[in-house]
Design a protein around this ligand. Structure first.
Ligand SMILES: Nc1ncnc2c1ncn2[C@@H]1O[C@H](COP(=O)(O)OP(=O)(O)OP(=O)(O)O)[C@@H](O)[C@H]1O
Length: 233
């Protein structure tokens, strides 16, 4: 579904990403793993059309994304849950969710919001509450819910477990698996390698803006270098 071939780019003349090639198949769950500043968020930004400089080829369902602006990529089926959640604190949970569907027909939105409440019943209980007053984990649910209201085929998640208590991490990861069971492909960025490998089928390891390794979750979990460097085993 998503094909990235030899993507290089960054924010100025000095590239951050170097010849990154990766793909996500329809309905797959894939992770990009790597240390701080490896360039994981920059890949997500490139996919969303928000990385200022890019070279290489990127296609979604075979369609070249080079000339497609960020807002049209959402309509094509790419939705992003950004690092740090970025909910609108003074707006209610319901209003935050609605924002995710700005490009959709009003008549389709209520059904999507109901689906989101089924996934996160706590959001239904708190639908009228200002999003800024929710716990970190609940705000993460709003951010994921808002992306789902866009009705994506590919969901990009940038460190959804960052700063959450372990129980919340499990809840967010099980929600990601449920989303995937509905047929939505997931590209997940995580620093928590051990828990990410429990959620995804495949992963890429990014080092200094280059893909250093790739494989199935099982292959990576049993790789000595991964165990030493990322799993501390
Ligand atoms: N807006 C920006 N302008 C200039 N440089 C940037 C910008 N955003 C990120 N960078 C640089 O790009 C490099 C990669 O950052 P990126 O956020 O993609 O890494 P990351 O792997 O997601 O890191 P982290 O896990 O810390 O979020 C870093 O050296 C960072 O300083």
């Amino acid at each position: 579904m998503l094909d990235i071939i030899k993507l290089s780019g960054g924010y100025g003349p000095r590239p951050i990403l170097h010849d990154v090639s990766l793909h996500v198949n329809e309905g797959e769950t894939v992770a990009i793993l790597g240390a701080n500043t490896a360039g994981k968020t920059s890949i997500i930004k490139a996919i969303c059309g928000l990385l200022p400089r890019t070279q290489g080829r990127m296609t979604l369902h075979g369609q070249d994304l080079a000339q497609v602006p960020a807002h049209r990529r959402v309509a094509m089926g790419i939705a992003c849950v950004p690092e740090g959640r970025h909910v609108f604190p003074e707006m209610s949970v319901y209003e935050n969710l609605l924002l995710g569907g700005y490009h959709r027909r009003k008549s389709d939105l209520e059904a999507s919001i109901q689906r989101c409440y089924e996934l996160f019943p706590r959001l239904q209980e708190r639908r009228a509450q200002a999003a800024g007053t929710l716990s970190g984990g609940e705000q993460q649910m709003v951010a994921i819910g808002r992306a789902l209201i866009a009705d994506p085929r590919l969901l990009l998640l940038d460190e959804p477990s960052h700063g959450l208590a372990p129980m919340m991490v499990d809840e967010v990861h099980s929600a990601i698996m449920k989303v995937n069971q509905e047929g939505i492909a997931v590209l997940l960025i995580e620093q928590n390698v051990a828990s990410a490998l429990k959620v995804v089928g495949r992963a890429y390891v990014l080092e200094s803006g280059r893909i250093a390794m790739e494989g199935t979750a099982d292959q990576l979990e049993s790789n000595d270098e991964i165990r030493r460097t990322y799993l501390g085993i």
